[in-house]
Design a binder for this molecule. Structure first.
Ligand code: ADP
Ligand code: MG
Length: 620
């Protein structure tokens, strides 16, 4: 059963916890990431469509960074050239300049924010689409081996995190670097001794910030992992199937313990994060007073000895914040960049998954084939799909020809490979060897859409989207009229049932909609294929036993479906088998016999046994 005991997968790290066991294995920490240039280059490539905007953002950041240090310079001029020398006009003009600088840099800041947001949102939209499109190209088996929740989380959460990378990490990196450069130039321009004094204090800022940044990053990554563990547990235990499983095995209290473990971990991590922030604030607060104190002391001595003007001290104390703030932010940026790389690595991992089945180049119109199907020496292995072929074949050297209009019934014990064989025809998977031909055309050369438009599939447990009956039918033929739909449903013996639904054809069915019974779903799926009216029909019959009325209805629906069409049917019902032109008996991935019912009952012991135990008795 797939209740995700493998769900967290990947790596083992902190906090296993004895009661949690395998389910609490956490992902690798981002702190183990390294500076991967191929990923950085690829991230930068995403900006190419938005190059003009990106260049503009850089220019604006350049201007605002310079604009940020101008007030300090103006202040120095006001004090030394205006106030000290008693020249009012200079004071007035420089005050106006101060206000103008503030207004202009403020406006430019808004513009820059808007632009970088625009770029970020565009790149996020591009990535979401690319991820979704690539997932649409994957085979059904791909989804059988993945957790849907994990894929959803990558498309939604990981991509959303890109916003932060662009608007804060990337923009922050450029603007901090420019601000520091502009500040240092201005400082050294005014007084180099004072500048050196200002820089002496820097390590006191940078080192603790960097340390705290690393610890906080680690705590955050750990928090993220526990959060995701909790999310997985919630989605597994709060769903109907999971809830059922837990109650059957009386796992309520152990699930509660598991939840409590994660819950406590999260609490402790939050407390630690809160505390470490406090210590840093205290430390930084202390140092941001020490810097100016030193400047006032040394600067005061210089002014008294008339080696420097008073304004310079004032300007320097103002400039200190332009130096220390950006420097401590830059000190943390290394960690941010690494976690951004980890983020993009996760995104690219999904974006780069190669589809197992490749599209072919040849297109042909829908329903244009006569319907001759040939399988030549076809072998298939599921292991091949994960590239760890251990030689176990789900199908071995299958040779089968279905003539146009013929019905071939596949029978065999459970696990014989019937569904696997059926899934090869529409190329849900490709065989590891052998050939598949449709009307003599190599199936691999056809485009998947062309190939699949030739055939209709009625799966064993048909699925319907959470939508109206009408819209679920329209999937098969977008242009179908109400009359066509009703005709198809009448032929499939489901029209009366639909007409009795609260809103008729407008009733919402499917996942969380109106519940149709197994037999009704089967017939609705048959109606859907009738509407599509393909030359080829692939049918995986339901195994459930039916009462005689429903049995009769299904039989009528099927005779409509199979008439005049090429059909491969995984048969579980005697009437279907008797109606088939040829019966293929599969066992352990091999064809062990073929012929009509009467041939096989007498000659093949396996078929005789299947007949007696599975499809014989029910319908006599
Ligand atoms: P049938 O339809 O005849 O009951 P299947 O075609 O479903 O049998 O399965 C044939 C064999 O392939 C079985 O041994 C089954 O365990 C294996 N199998 C089916 N689906 C998968 C899958 N997605 N991944 C790996 N093995 C699979
Ligand atoms: Mg099956």
């Amino acid at each position: 059963m797939g209740v995700g005991f493998h769900s967290m997968g990947l790596g083992s790290s902190s906090g296993g916890g004895s009661s949690g066991g395998k389910r609490w294995q956490l992902r690798e920490l981002a702190s183990k990431e390294h500076l991967d240039w191929t990923i950085i280059k690829r991230v930068l490539k995403a900006f190419i469509p938005y190059r003009p905007k990106a260049v503009l953002v850089t220019i604006i950041i350049f201007i605002t960074s310079i604009g940020g240090v101008i007030p300090a310079w103006l202040t120095q001029k006001i004090i030394d050239d205006g106030i000290q020398k008693g020249r009012l006009s200079i004071v007035i003009w420089l005050t106006i300049a101060l206000i103008a600088t503030a207004v202009i840099t403020g406006l430019l800041g808004v513009w820059q924010n808007w632009l970088s947001n625009l770029i970020a949102q565009n790149i996020m939209a591009d990535y979401r689409l690319a991820l979704f499109a690539n997932l649409q190209r994957q085979t059904v088996n791909f989804f059988a081996s993945r957790q849907a929740g994990d894929l959803v989380s990558r498309i939604i959460n990981d991509v959303t995190a890109i916003q932060n990378v662009i608007t804060s990490t990337l923009v922050g990196f450029i603007s901090n670097l420019l601000t520091i450069t502009a500040t240092l130039i201005l400082m050294f321009e005014m007084n180099w001794r004072m500048s050196l004094l200002a820089i002496i204090v820097v390590p006191g800022f940078v080192i603790p910030t960097q340390k705290v940044g690393r610890i906080r990053q680690k705590l955050q990554a750990e928090t993220q992992q526990w959060l995701s563990a909790v999310t997985v547990q919630l989605s597994e235990t709060l769903g109907v199937s999971g809830a059922l499983l837990i109650r059957i095995f009386s796992r309520e209290s152990s699930e509660e313990k598991k939840f409590a473990l994660a819950n406590n971990k999260l609490r402790d991590l939050q407390v630690r994060q809160g505390l470490i922030g406090r210590w840093l604030f205290m430390w930084l607060g202390m140092f941001s007073s020490i810097g100016p104190a030193l400047l006032w002391g040394y600067g005061g001595w210089l002014v008294i000895n008339q080696k420097m003007n008073l304004g310079v001290i004032v300007a320097f104390t103002a400039l200190l914040s332009k130096l220390y703030g950006p420097l401590s932010q830059l000190a943390q940026i290394h960690v941010n960049i690494l976690s951004s790389i980890a983020l993009f690595r996760r995104i690219y991992a999904i974006m780069d998954i190669k589809p197992q089945v490749e599209d072919g180049p040849v297109t042909i119109p829908a329903n244009s084939v006569r319907g001759r199907i040939e399988l030549k020496d076809v072998s298939f292995s599921y292991r091949n799909e994960t590239n760890t072929d251990d030689g176990k074949l789900a199908l071995q050297e299958i040779n089968l020809t279905v003539e146009p209009g013929q019905t071939v019934a596949l029978v065999g014990p459970s696990g014989a490979g019937k569904t696997t064989l059926l899934n090869l025809i529409p190329r849900f998977s490709d065989p590891i060897s052998g050939r598949l031909l449709l009307d003599g055309l190599e199936c691999r050369t056809l485009s998947l859409e062309s190939l699949r438009s030739q055939m209709g599939l009625v799966p064993q447990d048909p699925f319907f989207f959470h939508d109206t009956v009408c819209n679920n039918l329209l999937l098969a033929k977008e242009t179908a009229t109400q009359e066509e739909m009703e005709a198809a449903c009448k032929a499939a013996q489901i029209h009366d049932t639909i007409a009795d639904l609260p809103l008729g054809y407008q009733t919402v069915v499917g996942e969380r909609g109106y519940r149709l019974s197994g037999g009704e779903r089967q017939r609705l799926a048959i109606a859907r294929v009738l509407l599509q009216s393909p030359r080829i029909v692939l049918l995986d019959e339901a195994t459930s036993a039916l009462d005689t009325v429903v049995e009769r209805k299904i039989q009528d629906a099927l005779s409509f479906l199979l008439k005049g069409r090429t059909a491969i049917v995984i048969a579980h019902r005697l009437s279907t088998i008797l109606a088939a032109d040829k019966i293929i008996v599969l066992e352990k991935g091999k064809i062990v016999a073929s012929g009509t019912h009467h041939d096989l009952v007498d000659t093949n012991p396996l078929y005789k046994k299947l007949y007696e135990t599975q499809f014989g008795i029910l319908h006599e």
